[in-house]
Design a protein around this ligand. Structure first.
Ligand code: KIV
Ligand code: ZN
Length: 517
């Protein structure tokens, strides 16, 4: 029997690894996706959308590995309506304990006419066929009418009813282009509940994009209207302006439960770790004033606010930093800390490394401790991120020496290992970073353009590690690389190589057309 409480539980469907990963510069490799999936599972995400298996072999492999690894969350894979897409998704998902096929087709007049070049009747028939076909393979099928918020109401109701009859258990209404406003979006969901006769046989979900900055507001409005699944991403990453940010939805429901009446199963104390992990993998840092996970989200600058918080934190804090897993930046370790303390500190930060990984990370920690007097949590997070990514890279840094200062020319002597073969060269440039990037070009010629080069200090002090982000673009494909080191030039070199390695993975990924064949 469903209790009132069950009826108000909102399913969290995380699409960081699919819609999030589709956003420019956010591509991740297999190992990175697995790490994110494990963190999502630990935080209690109900459904992890692991990728779009037909999009590339890399996507397929990632969905297959995640499906095999994840035990408690459901694992979903996206497919267009063609049987080839659905078969590929199922092939990747079938090893999962709880698989879900998510199939979609556009239903708005504009998308049907311009993108699909299909009549509504044909779209309806194709959709019914695809849901039925998917349902024969997998018990749990979700269907989405892409551009749902701009779909004509009669047609939307007819499609939703037919999709449920064909076996879809979840109907997801996307605001694909982030066009809806909250009241209107809530009315759309109410309209479906009022007009679709078999609506009680499915969970109604929403998937909101953030083009007008309304993705979270629209998702919450839809929950108020009866939606019981929301699709969202960590840090709100996603196509264009992104998707609804999971941490904002979850914390709004938790903090204002008396008003919103619904709740999720997310362990909110894991939010900060998930946000930081994603930033370190993608190189997409979070804006300082971003709700919940921004660096200033719990900082109080003005004297009046500080005074209030010291007297009683609830004067200016509507939720505690601890509730989102934020602990004050603490001095953690020094050069005399041992392996055991290192392992246990990493565990507190949410990282459990295998013996080999731990050994290498510990070695790097000792090197860092030699260079830097005080090591903070942030340093360790940066160090572990660095370690796990280096393991899969085709192009690796062997050594770098630079000559810089007022007496030019600035020169870089660089040795790389490319697919196991060592190569060395020398190059000059306008400054040591430019010379280093020129040397990389000489050893690994490529046409990618440098679109962003950014340096941030990981902690305070002149011995702080330099966190460097490099963005490269090649033929419309964008990738971000990140690295951190107390030496800014070494960090820059590693960040560039990280981006280049990602580009090699991304080169094989082609953008899927509107319809699969
Ligand atoms: O934004 C969108 O419409 C999507 C669908 C595939 C659900 O991402
Ligand atoms: Zn989307």
């Amino acid at each position: 029997m469903t209790t009132e409480q069950d009826r108000n539980r909102v399913i969290i469907f995380d699409t960081t690894l699919r819609d999030g990963e589709q956003s420019p510069g956010c591509s991740m490799n297999l190992e990175e996706k697995l790490r994110v999936a494990e963190v999502l599972e630990d935080m209690g995400v109900d459904v992890i959308e692991a990728g779009f298996p037909i999009a590339s072999n890399g996507d397929f492999e990632a969905v297959r590995e995640i499906a095999k690894t994840i035990q408690t969350s459901q694992v979903a894979g996206l497919a267009r309506t063609s049987r080839k897409d659905i078969d590929r998704a199922w092939e990747a998902l079938k090893g999962a304990r709880r698989p879900r096929i998510h199939t979609f087709i556009s239903t708005s007049p504009l998308h049907m006419r311009v993108k699909l070049r299909m009549e509504p009747e044909a779209v309806h028939e194709t959709m019914v066929d695809s849901v039925r076909y998917a349902r024969n393979l997998c018990e749990d099928v979700e269907w989405s009418p892409e551009d749902g918020s701009r779909t004509e109401h009669d047609f939307l109701c007819r499609c939703v009813e037919s999709a449920i009859k064909a076996g879809a258990r979840t109907i997801n209404i996307p605001d694909t282009v982030g066009y809806a406003v909250p009241e209107e979006f809530a009315a759309l969901i109410h309209m479906l509940f009022d007009r679709v006769p078999n609506i009680d046989k499915a969970v109604i979900s929403v998937h909101c994009h953030n083009d007008l900055g309304l993705a979270v507001a629209n998702s919450l409005a839809a929950i108020g209207a009866g939606a019981r699944q929301v699709e969202c991403t960590i840090n709100g990453i996603g196509e264009r302006a992104g998707n609804a940010a999971m941490e904002e939805i979850v914390m709004a429901l938790r903090t204002r439960r008396e008003k919103l009446g619904a709740y999720t199963g997310i362990k909110t104390e894991h939010i900060t770790q998930a946000s930081r992990l994603l930033s370190s993998i993608t190189g997409f840092s979070v804006q300082p004033n971003k709700a919940i996970v921004g660096a200033n989200a719990f900082a109080h600058e003005s004297g009046i606010h500080q005074d209030g918080v010291l007297k009683d934190a609830s004067t200016y804090e509507i939720m505690t930093p601890e509730s989102v897993g934020l602990t004050r930046s603490s001095l953690v370790m020094g050069k005399h800390s041992g392996r055991h303390a290192f392992r246990s500190k990493l565990k507190d930060l949410g990282y459990e490394l295998g013996e080999n990984e731990l050994e290498v990370a510990f070695g790097r920690f000792k090197d860092l401790a030699d260079k830097k007097k005080q090591i903070f949590d942030e340093d360790l997070v940066a160090l572990v991120g660095e370690e796990s990514r280096a393991a899969n890279e085709r192009i690796r840094l062997v050594s770098l020496a630079v000559r810089c200062g007022t007496k030019g020319p600035q020169t870089a002597e660089l040795e790389l290992e490319v697919d196991g073969v060592r190569k060395a060269t020398q190059a000059t440039g306008d400054g040591p970073v430019d010379a280093t990037f020129n040397a990389i070009h000489k050893l690994f010629p490529h046409t990618a353009q440098l679109k962003l080069y950014q340096v941030d200090a990981v902690t305070e002090g002149s011995d702080a590690q330099a966190g460097v982000t490099v963005r490269l673009e090649e033929k419309g494909k964008t990738v971000n690389g990140q690295s951190s080191d107390t030496d800014t030039v070494v960090s820059s070199c590693r960040a560039y190589l990280h981006a280049l390695n990602k580009l090699l993975v991304k080169r094989e990924k082609t953008a899927p057309a509107a319809l699969g064949t």
